[in-house]
Design a protein around this ligand. Structure first.
Ligand code: PBG
Length: 330
C-alpha cells in the first residue's frame, strides 16, 4: 500500500460527497434565453441550422415566454427578423416596429420577466453590417446616432435592458446619455464589450438573414488573438456606464471570461453563441456526443470560468433538466 497523505479520490467517492464539495452551481436564474421574433401570427418558424429554435410571431413569443418564465428563467434577449431593410436601418427605431411591439406585449403579459433587446443595425440593413456603411467604411459616429435612436425606441416600449452588440466605439456612453436625458435612468445596459470576429455566429446570421453582403466585421469586432485589447474594451464599457459587461463567444474565450472575472467587480455575462449550440446538436445527431451531458458541461464550464449569467439557446432545455434533476444527487 502506498502511504499517501492526500487521496483526492476520497472526495469523489459518491454523489453525496461530490455534491458537498461542488464549487459551482448552475441554476435557471443564471440563464438568458435569446429569441427571434418575426412578423405574422401564430408563427413558429423552425430555424433549420439551430434545432429546436424558432422565429416566433409576437403572439407565439408571449406564449413561449410564459413557459420559459415558469421554468425559472428570468430573462430573454430579443432579436428581430426584419424583411424591411434599407441602407439607413430606419426600421430599427420604428416605434411600432417588430421588436418594439414584442417588448410591449411581453411586459404586458409578464411584467416580472427581464426583457432585453439586441441593439445593432445588421438585421435592418441590406449590407448586413452592424453600423452604417459609407463607401467601404463602416462609419462609427453616424452609426452611434442611429443606435441611440434604436435604444431609445426600445426604452419607450418598456424594455428592461438594452444590449448593444455592434462594437462601435463610444456607443455605451452615448446610449447611457440618451436614455438618461429622456428619463430612462432605470433602463440597464448589457454591453457586448469583448465581442470577437468569430465564425461561430454563422447559424445566427442564417436565422436572421443578416450575414454581411460584402467584406467582414473585422474592423469593429475583435481579433480572436487578443487578450489585452479585450480588457481595455471591458474597462471602457464599465467607465461609460455599462451595468453588465459581456464576453462573446463563450467557449473559445473562457480564458477571457476568467481574466475579466479577476479584473472587474461588475456582473459578467457570456454568450454561448449559435455555432457553439449547433455544433453540439450536429454531433449529437450523428450519435457522437450525448446532447444533454454536453449541454450541461458547456454551461457549467462557462459559469465556472466566471460568468454570472449566460445567454444560451440551451437555456430552456437546461432549465427543464435542472428542474427534473432537482434534489437528485447527479
Ligand atoms: C448582431 C449579433 C450577432 C450575434 C448577436 N448579435 C451576429 C454578428 O455579430 O454577426 C451572434 C449571436 C449568435 O451567434 O448566437 N450584431
Amino acid at each position: 500500500m502506498m502511504q499517501l497523505v492526500h487521496r483526492p479520490r476520497r472526495l469523489r467517492k459518491n454523489a453525496a460527497i461530490r455534491g458537498l464539495v461542488r464549487e459551482t452551481q448552475l441554476q435557471p436564474a443564471d440563464l438568458i434565453y435569446p429569441m427571434f421574433v418575426a412578423e405574422g401570427e401564430k408563427l413558429r418558424d423552425p430555424i433549420s441550422t439551430m434545432p429546436g429554435q424558432f422565429r416566433f410571431s409576437v403572439d407565439e413569443l408571449v406564449k413561449e415566454c410564459q413557459e420559459v418564465f415558469s421554468l425559472g428563467i428570468g430573462a430573454v434577449n430579443l432579436f428581430g427578423y426584419s424583411e424591411d431593410k434599407d441602407d439607413q436601418a430606419s426600421k430599427s427605431y420604428d416605434p411600432n416596429g417588430l421588436v418594439q411591439r414584442s417588448i410591449r406585449a411581453l411586459k404586458d403579459a409578464l411584467p416580472g420577466l427581464c426583457v432585453q433587446t439586441d441593439v445593432a443595425l445588421d438585421p435592418y440593413t441590406h449590407h448586413g453590417h452592424d453600423g452604417l456603411v459609407v463607401g467601404d467604411e463602416i462609419v462609427n459616429d453616424e452609426s452611434v446616432e442611429v443606435l441611440c435612436k434604436m435604444a431609445l425606441s426600445h426604452a419607450e416600449a418598456g424594455v428592461d435592458w438594452v444590449a448593444p452588440s455592434d462594437m462601435m466605439d463610444g456607443r455605451v456612453g452615448a446610449i447611457r446619455y440618451t436614455l438618461d436625458n429622456a428619463g430612462f435612468q432605470n433602463v440597464g445596459i448589457l454591453a457586448y464589450s469583448a465581442k470577437y470576429a468569430s465564425c461561430f455566429y454563422g447559424p445566427f446570421r442564417g436565422a436572421l438573414d443578416s450575414a454581411p453582403k460584402k467584406g467582414d466585421k473585422k474592423t469593429y469586432q475583435m481579433d480572436p488573438a487578443n487578450t489585452r485589447e479585450a480588457m481595455r474594451e471591458l474597462a471602457m464599457d464599465v467607465d461609460e456606464g455599462a451595468d453588465v459587461i459581456m464576453i462573446k463567444p463563450a467557449l473559445s474565450y473562457l480564458d477571457i471570461i476568467a481574466q475579466a472575472r479577476a479584473a472587474f467587480d461588475v456582473p459578467i455575462a457570456a454568450y454561448n453563441v449559435s455555432g457553439e449550440f449547433s455544433m453540439i446538436h450536429a454531433a449529437a445527431e450523428k450519435g457522437w456526443l450525448d446532447l444533454e451531458k454536453a449541454m450541461m458541461e458547456v454551461l457549467m464550464s462557462i459559469k465556472r470560468a466566471g460568468a454570472d449569467m449566460i445567454l444560451s439557446y440551451f437555456a430552456k432545455d437546461a432549465a427543464k433538466l435542472l428542474k427534473r434533476d432537482f434534489g437528485k444527487m447527479v
